[in-house]
Structure formats: structure tokens, C-alpha cells
Write a protein of this length. Structure first.
Length: 312
């Protein structure tokens, strides 16, 4: 394990790079930021309309001041799966990928998550889980996974997500070796709605003191996109903006990189199992070929239901 001597030093803005060149830069830890486009705004608009319908006229950004946290959870718990399983959601994600120069025949996408991060610790667990510093690869993401992150409403630095680039090639003692993706999905995720004031689900966490600064936060407008490697150390910024943050994130893998097991360097991820079965071909939502999943799987890991992805 260990890095390739590459320094994380670049954020590309509205880059026209595509294909293997863009993926290669991402696997080196560089970050791509995109302004809103018609396709991404359509996805953000769709999310906003679902959110606003669920809140029935209450401003979702300030709803926490209007209701007890239990009511907020009651509204958001069904909203999250409703967004995930909505057919239009999946099609809008595919349109985003097409617009952002992904080859739909070779790119596999998972379902997009809708996340809410309320202000000042109103809700920090369960459906509003505030993610501690992590790499998605601690949670059994393949090393070639790319994360697409988009605010649904405008955000502030105080309600964004943070990258901790010093850890790109620096290992952190962490609990990933005890994380089994299949066990997590059969027991952890379905209980999320019950976790209102604390979260007891066992997640891979840093097991040593970390230096979270320097950190980098990107603040694109609603419908803008931050694209980054799943191996990046990132976290939820504790929201002190006064307004809730709603964001969408989804993940992609390119079949070339799944086949060759290329991607970001693995510095400290040792989970059991793989999230690869969650990914469907963007062109027609066909399954990931089993022989390719097997390349990334662990013989002793059990298969189960596949629904969880760590967010930011
Ligand atoms: Fe994440």
C-alpha cells in the first residue's frame, strides 16, 4: 500500500477533460468542480420539488425551527427512499452523466442519495447523520469509485463538505478491517430512521487523532457538482450556517477500471466485501457482471441486500 508520490494540488473548474484522462487525474486525488448545467439543474429541481412537497409549505431550509426533531425525521425518513427509488431520479442522473462526458455503455452508476444536514446539531444521527472523516473505500467502495456531490439549494462554507487532502497518501488507523459490507446492509441501514438522538451503528472510523486542517471546502451554487475519488478523506462540515443543507450524491465506476482493478492508491482501506453490485450500467441499468464483482470480492464475505453508501 502507499501513494504514488502524487500531490493533491489541483481543482479543475468546468474542465473539458473527459474519459481516461479525467479519471486518471481523479485517481491522483485532484478534484473537479463544475458549474450548474441544464442537466444538473434538472436533477436539483427534481429534488427540490420532492423535498418541498414533503414539507408541505414549510421552508425546508428552516423547518428545524418550526417543528420538533421527531417530526423532521418523520418527514425525511420516507423522503430519502422515495427520492432514491423514483424512476425520474435515475434518469436524471443518467442525463447528468451523459452531459458530463461519461460513456454510458461503460459507466455504471448507483442510486443517488438525498442527504440533509441541519444546523447547530438539531439532527446529527440516523437520517441526518453527520459523517466523520472517512474514505468511502473504508466502506467497501472499489478503488475506482468516483463520487459526484451536488448541493440542492445554495450552501455556505459552514454547511458544505470538507476534504482533508493531507491524508490522500497518509494512512490513518481505522476500523475498516472490521467492516463487512454485507453484514452492514443486513443489519445497519434499515434501522437508520430509529436513530434520532444517537447513532449506534458500527461504522469504520478513524482510530487515531487526526489533523482536520488544512481542509478544503468547495461551495458551488445549487446544481453545481464536486467530483472526487472515493479514496479522498472527507467529512461533513458541522453545519453552523443557520439553514439546513440538502445535497445529492451518487457514485460511478468505469468498466475499464473495474476490469483492470485500477483506481486510486489504497493507503489504509481493508473492508470485507464490495459495493460493486450496487452499480448498474448507465445506458440500460443492467447489472454489473458477476465475474467482475468477483474480482473485487472476498471469498469469505456473505452476500445480502445492498443499500448503503457513506455520504458527506
Ligand atoms: Fe463519503
Amino acid at each position: 500500500m502507499g501513494g504514488r508520490g502524487v500531490v493533491v494540488n489541483t481543482s479543475y473548474h468546468d474542465s473539458r477533460l473527459g474519459g481516461p484522462t479525467r479519471r486518471s487525474r481523479l485517481y491522483d486525488g485532484q478534484i473537479f468542480v463544475f458549474s450548474p448545467r441544464a442537466s444538473s439543474l434538472a436533477l436539483a429541481d427534481h429534488a427540490r420539488s420532492m423535498i418541498e412537497a414533503a414539507f408541505e409549505g414549510i421552508d425546508p431550509l428552516r423547518a428545524q425551527y418550526e417543528m420538533p426533531v421527531e417530526r423532521y425525521v418523520e418527514i425525511c425518513s420516507p423522503l430519502k427512499p422515495a427520492f432514491i427509488h423514483n424512476d425520474r431520479t435515475k434518469e436524471l442522473v443518467r442525463a447528468v452523466l451523459d452531459d458530463f462526458a461519461c460513456d454510458l455503455e461503460r459507466t455504471y452508476q448507483d442510486v443517488p442519495r438525498l442527504r440533509m444536514v441541519t444546523s447547530h446539531g438539531y439532527l446529527t444521527s440516523g437520517v441526518g447523520y453527520a459523517h466523520h472523516p472517512h474514505r468511502d473505500t473504508w466502506y467497501a467502495a472499489p478503488m475506482c469509485q468516483l463520487n459526484w456531490w451536488m448541493p440542492v439549494y445554495d450552501i455556505e462554507s459552514e454547511s458544505s463538505m470538507a476534504f482533508h487532502p493531507a491524508y490522500w497518501d497518509r494512512a490513518v488507523k481505522n476500523g475498516s478491517s472490521e467492516f463487512n459490507y454485507y453484514d452492514w446492509n443486513s443489519s445497519g441501514r434499515k434501522d437508520a430512521a430509529k436513530h434520532i438522538t444517537s447513532d449506534t451503528r458500527k461504522q469504520p472510523k478513524p482510530e487515531e487523532e487526526m489533523e482536520l486542517d488544512p481542509q478544503i471546502r468547495f461551495v458551488p451554487p445549487a446544481g453545481g457538482i464536486v467530483l472526487f475519488s472515493a479514496a479522498h478523506m472527507h467529512s461533513t462540515v458541522p453545519n453552523t450556517s443557520g439553514a439546513a443543507r440538502y445535497s445529492i450524491d451518487f457514485r460511478t465506476v468505469h468498466l475499464d477500471d473495474v476490469e483492470t482493478k485500477s483506481g486510486a492508491p489504497n493507503v489504509d482501506s481493508e473492508p470485507k466485501g464490495t459495493s460493486l453490485r450496487d452499480f448498474k450500467r448507465a445506458s440500460d441499468f443492467a447489472e454489473m457482471p458477476a465475474e467482475l464483482v468477483a474480482l473485487h470480492d472476498d471469498a469469505e464475505a456473505q452476500s445480502g441486500e445492498f443499500v448503503f453508501q457513506p455520504g458527506s
